[in-house]
Write a protein that binds this ligand. Structure first.
Ligand code: DC
Length: 219
């Protein structure tokens, strides 16, 4: 069984994907973390994101592994656990930029399909229902208002001890939405057969129960 959860940043995809994976006892794959890991490497090595050849070369000497952990996915970049480093605010923007590059998408989609075809899994991202797994058994498109998403991201960053400004975060989220929705390759969009859920005024449990009802055919 494969479950696809797509939607903009901060809509609650990874929280729900983790919970569903646990409840259904299947693998959770955080595909955004994979783009973040590559962005981190480009950042550490000062590789300009405008140089597609350099990015292609970077990919050729990069290994990214995502393994299930207690609290979601553990992400390894060239064998090193970078699960924490990839959550930095500056890496969010870089991940969005790097994910627009064609060779990056080809590499990631291939990797994600290999993982998903090998086991029952729930994947969250931007193009799972449209490109990575168009035949997924269940597809969800999770959204929330930009205000609610900015508030959630703000709390998350504060909890991580990062200094941040709420208005700036809202602005960054809007820019990232625009980037992700308007890029040429695999832009973020709802698959025709995905079920849309607006989580703005729902608790995590309410969203989770709604998804489980659909998956288990109770509604
Ligand atoms: O879900 P996230 O915020 O960790 O993802 C980081 C960036 O990666 C996001 O801005 C867009 C990109 N991404 C993508 O293009 N396709 C995916 N399947 C997952 C993430």
């Amino acid at each position: 069984m494969n479950i696809a959860i797509d939607g903009p940043s901060g809509a609650g995809k990874s929280t729900l994907a983790k919970l569903l994976a646990k409840e259904l006892n299947i693998t959770y794959l955080d595909t955004g973390a994979m783009y973040r890991a590559l962005a981190l490497k480009a950042c550490n090595e000062n590789v300009p994101l405008s140089d597609e050849k350099a990015i292609e070369e970077l990919i050729s000497r990069t290994s990214i592994d995502v393994l299930p952990g207690e609290n979601g996915s553990i992400v390894f970049l060239d064998g090193k656990d970078v699960s924490n480093d990839i959550r930095q605010h500056k890496i969010s923007k870089m991940a969005s930029d790097i994910s627009a590059i064609k060779c990056v998408r080809i590499y990631m989609v291939d990797l994600q399909r290999k993982i998903a075809f090998a086991r029952d899994s729930v994947l969250d991202g931007r193009d799972i229902g449209t490109v990575v797994l168009p035949n997924a058994d269940h597809k969800f498109y999770l959204t929330a208002s930009v205000e609610v998403r900015a508030e959630r991201r703000y709390k998350e960053l504060v909890a991580r001890g990062e200094k941040c400004d709420k208005a700036q975060i809202k602005d960054d989220i809007e820019k990232r939405d625009h980037n992700d929705m308007h890029r040429q390759f695999s832009p973020l969009k709802k698959a025709d057969d995905a079920i849309e859920i607006d989580s703005s005024y729902m608790t995590v449990n309410q969203v989770m129960n709604k998804m489980l009802d659909i998956i288990k055919g109770r509604k």
